[in-house]
Design a protein around this ligand. Structure first.
Ligand SMILES: C[S@@+](CC[C@H](N)C(=O)[O-])C[C@H]1O[C@@H](n2cnc3c(N)ncnc32)[C@H](O)[C@@H]1O
Length: 207
């Protein structure tokens, strides 16, 4: 990844979130950003005891709901984090530490295209935290969001995304359940970080 026509992300400018503690990274490590009330995170952790998930949510009331359920289930492979994912990822994760990333029904940011994940300079940093061969999964009910993410993945990030419709019976998240119950189409995009893919942050945060 070399030809990025975008303001460069400046991780050194970001303070650690309040009360930050560095997590233990346990391979294989997965990350979910914007976990909401945690439906997907809890299900993923229960169904994949051999995989470890860090799930981040920044909205307090959603996170509290998620954290309560996580505590009841006491899943040893799930870490629920209340934070803005951007500074948290910068301070918590070493390069090439993630086996997979989930961005499920992110805020569409209709008035702020620069706040959509695939348009953000931070996206290059997130790619640097993924291992070669790691998969990123995006889901949305907004056709223009998936189209833009697909185009940015190809043109800006030089990746090869696959886009398809989410199965009508899928129930991974609260938003997915709501959209599909309304008869809306939901889309999924998957992209795999190719072997040898380089970013400008590959050495950033190496201990
Ligand atoms: C539309 S909701 C979807 C929640 C859940 N994934 C679902 O599908 O039910 C998007 C969530 O992402 C969270 N979010 C957005 N930006 C975030 C960030 N930078 N860090 C952590 N959470 C974020 C919001 O607080 C919100 O709860």
């Amino acid at each position: 990844m070399t030809d990025v026509n975008l303001r460069q992300f400046k991780p050194e400018k970001l303070f650690a979130p309040r009360g930050f503690t560095k997590p233990e990274i346990k391979a294989p490590q997965y990350l979910e950003i914007g976990a909401g009330r945690g439906k997907h995170a809890l299900m993923f952790a229960q169904e994949n005891p051999d995989k470890n998930l860090i799930a981040i949510e920044r909205t307090r009331n959603k996170f509290n709901d998620f954290a309560d359920k996580a505590e009841q289930l006491s899943l040893r492979n799930l870490l629920a984090v209340h934070a803005d994912a951007i500074p948290w990822v910068v301070h918590a994760l070493p390069p090439k530490s993630l086996a997979g990333v989930f961005l499920l029904y992110p805020n569409p940011e209709p008035k702020n295209p620069s706040q959509r994940w695939f348009n953000m300079p931070f996206f290059e940093f997130l790619l640097s935290r993924m291992q070669d061969g790691a998969k990123l999964t995006l889901a949305t009910n907004i056709q223009t969001y998936i189209e833009e993410a697909e185009q940015q993945s190809k043109e800006l990030w030089q990746l090869s995304p696959a886009v398809f419709e989410v199965d009508k019976g899928s129930q991974r998240t609260h938003f997915e359940v709501k959209y599909l119950a309304r008869g809306e189409t939901c889309w999924q995009m998957e992209l795999v970080k190719p072997d040898g893919y380089q970013t400008r942050f590959d050495e950033w945060g190496v201990d």
